[in-house]
Design a protein around this ligand. Structure first.
Ligand code: ACO
Length: 323
């Protein structure tokens, strides 16, 4: 039997304030119809003044630990994916570590923008497989509302704030039918860094900056890269697409998600969709979608999940997980 990572429990958190498309149409030259037709987004959640990425992450982490039946003292690794940390340093992960009463082990942030959760999941999975930790808290948490140019209608309508978390525990298993993470697949290609970036940062400008994006180019690459990486994940496990019970994709745009589902010949009723209510929450979107479908009973123990994401860098990745 080989050592592998088991999914023990998930949690998520959304800020209370909901911002609708109609409200956005009062600020920039856009319409509810345009946003819905191009993206599927109807609304997004926005963090309150003073509510930080770590606050969202702590709520999600506590919910995931409660679902897993563990406390902070049981956790020996936190990998927190974010592109919107509270501060340049220390890591947001260490703020979460202190808040949940985890005093040993290691906690660090990871930056892969919208693919962050998949990268964090792969990192924690490798720590567990290597025997370097027993129980890991994998978190995706973002406050993208703080890095949006609220005058740019091409970007400000697309994003929202939120956090999601998953507790992994070391276990044993063999083959694709046993529970746990079957495999993770990561890619990046820095030649495309200028397609989606923030025009600030501590070293470059000493400002936080705003998100900038070549929307059409990102869209094109997202569909191609996601199609390739989901096929790579299936082939690595000798599986066909019809083995997947649920596709849990990054929630950037309904049309990108539908493109990936079509490639897999998967009906949309097997795809977890939250983009209509959450918009794109970057690294938080996959664990938010996962937790929603676990809590409403769609995802059941034993189901095979395919998680995938693509983001700035470009970065992209996928994971097959037997829940
Ligand atoms: N309201 C009304 N009109 C708008 C808006 C808006 N909010 N935003 C742009 N437009 C206009 C443009 O100015 C343009 O007008 P023009 O033809 O007069 O110049 C027109 O709409 C078409 O613009 P496009 O950018 O070509 O529209 P497109 O169909 O490509 O849709 C979108 C834009 C939704 C951004 C799309 O390209 C997209 O979703 N791209 C992927 C981006 C993404 O998801 N990024 C997230 C991070 S990466 C990731 O998570 C995968």
């Amino acid at each position: 039997m080989a050592r592998r990572s088991l999914a023990l429990g998930s949690g998520s958190y959304l800020p209370a304030r909901i911002l609708t498309n109609a409200e956005l149409a009062e600020r920039v030259d856009t319409t509810d119809e345009w946003i819905q037709a191009r993206t599927g987004i109807k609304q997004r959640h926005i963090a309150a003044a003073g509510e930080k990425t770590s606050d969202l992450a702590i709520h999600a982490a506590n919910a995931a630990m409660a679902a897993a039946g563990v406390t902070g003292a049981d956790i020996d690794l936190i990998v927190l994916a974010t592109a919107t940390p509270d501060n340049t340093f220390p890591s947001t992960a260490t703020t979460v570590q202190a808040a949940i009463g985890m005093h040993g082990g290691a906690a660090f942030d990871l930056q892969a923008v919208c693919s962050g959760f998949i990268f964090a999941l792969a990192t924690a999975d490798n720590f567990i497989r290597a025997g370097q930790c027993q129980k890991a808290l994998v978190i995706g948490a973002e406050t993208f509302s703080r890095i949006l140019d609220w005058e740019d209608r091409g970007t400000c309508v697309l994003f929202g704030d939120g956090a999601g978390a998953l507790v992994l525990g070391a276990g044993e298993g063999e083959g694709v039918d046993a529970p746990g993470i079957l495999s993770t697949h990561l890619h990046s290609d820095g030649r495309y860094r200028d397609m989606l970036y923030v025009d600030g940062g501590p070293s470059a400008t000493q400002t936080v900056g705003y998100l900038r994006m070549e929307g059409r180019e990102v869209f094109k690459h997202a569909v191609a890269n996601l199609s390739n990486v989901v096929i790579e994940a299936l082939e690595a496990n000798g599986l066909e697409a019809d083995a997947i019970d649920w596709l849990v994709p990054h929630q950037a745009n309904q049309r990108i998600i539908a493109g990936a589902a079509k490639k897999l010949k998967m009906n949309l009723d097997r795809v977890v969709m939250t983009v209509d209510r959450h918009a794109n929450t970057s690294a938080a979107s996959v664990p938010l979608a996962l937790d929603e479908a676990v809590r409403d009973g769609r995802i059941k123990r034993g189901d095979l999940l395919l998680l995938e994401a693509m983001g700035g860098g470009f970065t992209w990745g996928a994971s097959l997980l037997r829940w």
